[in-house]
Each structure stands twice: as structure tokens, then as C-alpha cells.
Design a protein. Structure first.
Length: 396
């Protein structure tokens, strides 16, 4: 047995023995659905336990609170968490976007200040990119950051701020040069949320949950050292952030980011569902569709391995990383939609209905799947990115 085999066994045994008890409330499916104190505290306690055991941030430098170990160890942990379907860790933006960014281009002071708290769950992070009137057009950012001595004064609003009510810090894109247009004059900040003039308002989603908030800045003062890089470099830093958010770049701390539904779960649903008096899984059309989903899912898994082998990616080296978010989020949305078709008229039932299949988790999951197809750039924008940057198609 190799050292990695022994580590795999150790990890499997630890998660089997330390899985938290099922709560007496509905667990969120991702950080975008965390809307109650009970949900948040349950998930943060779980993150703290995973980190204390040494299974989070394993490949991050030990000097900042990480494990300082090879990435393969974190990969094993991530796979085992998914296999055992343990709860996700809530600090997704810190662990997967802000943390890798700070480690890649942040100052030594920023690494010392922020990384350890991200891993432990003591410091929750949120993102301030989208604005109420600008949709996915980040370049039209109107939130202002005006230099005033040793401070910046913030005014404006951001929307779809996941975990905004619980966050200690925000990665913020704001305009420091009011005369600039589009990409120029934007700057990037790592700001504290608990300062006068910053307020959040929960947004009720179609599912009834409150995972999103809108954030308002009303003459909020933050120190100059919240600036990341230099003034005017915000667009470039934001684009680098999105490479982590979209999975086009590695370096994330690990831990599940969501409770993912797999094709195997839908196959099991098809065995329990009925069609023309027989199990739906016996219907040739159902089986054909399930096989298609299985092929897609296996293809996505193999793409991750293929992307690490230059000889297999030489023709279009950016194709896999730039298409990753589009492929995976759309696959998940279509898979959940198909799961609803297996339920027939029961697909109209919702969470709380005693006759809803599996308590209505499929309906809730389907509606929540749209958040992933929109966040980090909607599928239409992702398709444009693939068309322009991978296939070389013209913009017009």
C-alpha cells in the first residue's frame, strides 16, 4: 500500500466517523442559499472541524495557516467529501476566489492578515462585483471609491452578494476615477464589512430562501491599505478573480462548495419512479437519456485530468478551462430538469408537501441550479468566451 493509499483510507475513515448529525432544518445546497443563523452556524462549525483536522487548505503555504502539502492530498480529500456527500463548507468566496487571488498577487501583509481566517471560517468573505443597474456588465461599474487622506469613501450599491449578511470582508470592484469609462479607472479592494455606512438587505429568491443580499455603501470609510494592487488595476485583478471563480485556474483551498446531485442519484430516482406501470429506468427513452448524462459527466471528469497533459490540449489549450463553468453548470441544470420529468404530475409539488418526492429536493435543486448558470458570468457570456477565445469567432 502506498502512502497515498494510506492517506485515502485515513481520510475516508475520518469523514465517516466525523460526519455531523442531520439538522432539524433544511440544509442549503450551496453558499448561495444560506439564509438563516441556524444554517450558517451549522455549516461554519463543520468548516472549522474540517480545517482543524487538517483537511482544508492542504496545499496552501503553512506560513499562512495552510498545510503546505502537495495538491494531490487535497484532491483526495475533495473526492472523498463528494463521495460521502458530507455538508459543504460555507466560505466559498474566500476559499475558492479571494484566497487564491491573494496568494497569487497579494502582498505579504495581505497574506498574513487574511488567509488563516478564511481557512478557519472565522472570516467569511463575499463579493461586490454586480450592480443593480448593470447586470453582468462589470465594466459599467458605478460604485465610487473616492480617496480622502488615508481613507477611501465608498458610495453605491452591489447586488447578489452571497453571504453578505454574515461576511467580515468583501472583494470589491469600484471606480476610483470618475472621468474614466468602462475598464479604465476601476480599482480592486479588500474591504471590511462591519464599518459605518455599509448595510445589507436580504433578497428573497424564488425558492423562498434568502441566500443573496443587496449591499449599500453610504459614505463608508475604509483604509487606503484595503486597495489591492494600484489604482486603475481593478479590471485586470477582477478578471484574474474570475479565472478562479470559473474554475479556469487552480489554487483553491478545497472542501465542497455545494451539495451536488450526480447522475447516479438520478438513476436511483428513475428506479423508484414509475412509467406505464413499470420502473422508469426500464423505459428505453429514459435509459437513453441517462446514458447521455453519464457520458457527459464522465467526459467532464476526464477533462480535468486531460487539461494537465499538454500533449492532449495542444490544438486548443484554453478550451477545457474556459468551457468548464459553462459545461458543468448547464449539465447540472439539465440533469435536475430531467429528474423532474421522471416525477410526472408530482413535479409540481414543492418543499413541505407531504407527497413531494424526496421532500421536494429536486424542485428546489432545479430552481437553485440557475444561480450557478448566472453567477460568475451567465451561460450566454460563457458561450461567447468560448466562441471568441477558443474558436476564434468574430464578436459580430
Amino acid at each position: 500500500m502506498t502512502d497515498l493509499d494510506r492517506f485515502q483510507t485515513e481520510v475516508a475513515d475520518w469523514f465517516a466517523a466525523n460526519r455531523p448529525p442531520e439538522p432539524d432544518f433544511l440544509l442549503p445546497e450551496s453558499f448561495m442559499e444560506v439564509g438563516t443563523d441556524a444554517q450558517f452556524n451549522y455549516l461554519r462549525d463543520w468548516q472549522r472541524k474540517v480545517y482543524a483536522a487538517g483537511y482544508l487548505g492542504m496545499a496552501w503555504p503553512a506560513a499562512y495557516g495552510g498545510g503546505g502539502r502537495p495538491q494531490v492530498h487535497q484532491d483526495i480529500v475533495n473526492a472523498e467529501m463528494a463521495r460521502q456527500k458530507v455538508p459543504f463548507v460555507p466560505n466559498t468566496i474566500g476559499l475558492n476566489w479571494a484566497g487564491p487571488l491573494i496568494l497569487a498577487i497579494g502582498s505579504e501583509a495581505q497574506k498574513q492578515r487574511y488567509i488563516r481566517g478564511m481557512l478557519s471560517g472565522d472570516d467569511i468573505w463575499c463579493q461586490g462585483f454586480s450592480e443593480p443597474d448593470n447586470g453582468s456588465d462589470l465594466a459599467s461599474c458605478t460604485t465610487r471609491a473616492t480617496r480622502d487622506g488615508d481613507d477611501y469613501i465608498l458610495n453605491g450599491a452591489k447586488i447578489w452578494t452571497s453571504l453578505g449578511s454574515y461576511a467580515k470582508y468583501m472583494i470589491l470592484l469600484a471606480r476610483t476615477d470618475p472621468a474614466s469609462r468602462r475598464y479604465a479607472g476601476l480599482s480592486y479592494f479588500l474591504i471590511p464589512m462591519q464599518v459605518p455606512g455599509i448595510a445589507t438587505t436580504p433578497i428573497r429568491k424564488l425558492t423562498g430562501e434568502h441566500g443573496f443580499t443587496q449591499t449599500f455603501f453610504d459614505n463608508a470609510r475604509v483604509p487606503v491599505d484595503c486597495l489591492m494592487g494600484r489604482e486603475g488595476e481593478g479590471w485586470q485583478i477582477a478578471m484574474k478573480t474570475l479565472t478562479f471563480e470559473r474554475g479556469a485556474a487552480g489554487g483553491q483551498a478545497g472542501g465542497l462548495a455545494r451539495m451536488a446531485v450526480g447522475v447516479g442519484d438520478v438513476v436511483e430516482l428513475a428506479r423508484r419512479s414509475r412509467r406505464d406501470g413499470a420502473p422508469a429506468v426500464e423505459d428505453p427513452l429514459v435509459r437513453d437519456q441517462l446514458v447521455r448524462f453519464l457520458i457527459e459527466s464522465q467526459g467532464d471528469r476526464l477533462c480535468t485530468a486531460r487539461a494537465k497533459i499538454p500533449a492532449l490540449c495542444s490544438e486548443r489549450p484554453d478550451a477545457i478551462p474556459l468551457s468548464s463553468k459553462l459545461r458543468i453548470t448547464e449539465h447540472n441544470r439539465r440533469l435536475l430538469q430531467f429528474a423532474l420529468t421522471l416525477q410526472g404530475a408530482n413535479a409540481a409539488r414543492w418543499v413541505g408537501d407531504a407527497n413531494a418526492v424526496d421532500g421536494g429536493k429536486w424542485q428546489r435543486g432545479y430552481f437553485n441550479a440557475f444561480a450557478s448558470t448566472i453567477g460568475g458570468g451567465p451561460s450566454q457570456i460563457q458561450a461567447n468566451i468560448v466562441g471568441e477565445r477558443v474558436l476564434g469567432l468574430p464578436k459580430d
